[in-house]
Write a protein of this length. Sequence first.
Length: 332
Amino acid sequence: MLTALIAVAGLAAGCGGSDDNAKDDDTSDSRSVESADANDEVDASMPDLTGKTEDEARAALLELGVDDGDIIVTPQESLLTAGTVVDTVPGSGSAITGSITLKIAGPVGPVPDFAGKQVAEVEAWAADRGISFEEVPVADSDHADGEVLATTPEAGQTATSEIEVQVARTPSTKSIYLTESLNDVYCSEDAGETFIDGDPYDGSYAEPDGDSCVFEFDLGRDWDRLTGIVGFTDTSDSGTRMRVQIKVDGTSKLNQVLDFGKKPLELDVDVSEGLRLSIELSDVAGYGTIGFGDLQLLGTGPAAGADDTGDDTGDDTGEDAGLDDGTEDGLE
């Protein structure tokens, strides 16, 4: 009987020992999983690998503890040296927490057709390929603001180190008056309701004190076109002739003799990239007053009111020169 009890106790002890070993094995497996999870995150920041070859970049990552299987290589159109790293995901300085993508430079294809798309798309395309981007704003009310009108190089042509993009921008306008001239020489002028060919305009009018007079305005390369009308005011003498010249930075844009009684001239003058606009009036025959109606600058520059150019030149000049007296004398 005693022998049987001892055998049963031995069997019980053996069973208890097996359970403890199983628990130890489970604990060991758990620790192994935790250790593997911990190894997924490398204790280092992503280095700057731009310009390195694929082999150099891979070696640098392996040295940091990144698994070779976690390194993914993808081609990227770029003007950088073929076979070198253009960019990485994650980017330089970021934590390394998983797989890493190396974007390797390859040949750049032809320029895509960006016409009708938003300029941001071209800018992103250029940045990805190391291409210098330049926007050329074009005042255009027929297209959405920011819409691409054309590119240089054109769609389908070989990409170069830079791309110039003509972009539609909602036009802004700025009304200008002769009285706002930054510099006027030998001129009598005034502004307000101006009657030209029997029709009223918001404008200004002038007459030379001598044979001619000149008005100058600052453009600052902000404007594309000068529009409006120009003709003799209704108070001018019949038979009067006067030459009107419009220049941008000294280059003639308009040079025409106006005759009293003829239809006023409609202005649409290219002033793009101009710094200084000048309007010159010269007597040819008779005595009269030239009027400018609804004179406006159109472009992508800042819209502004008349006060921006200063009031001193305009009102004082018109009053001091006695424009009203001159006009009345001319009628008599």
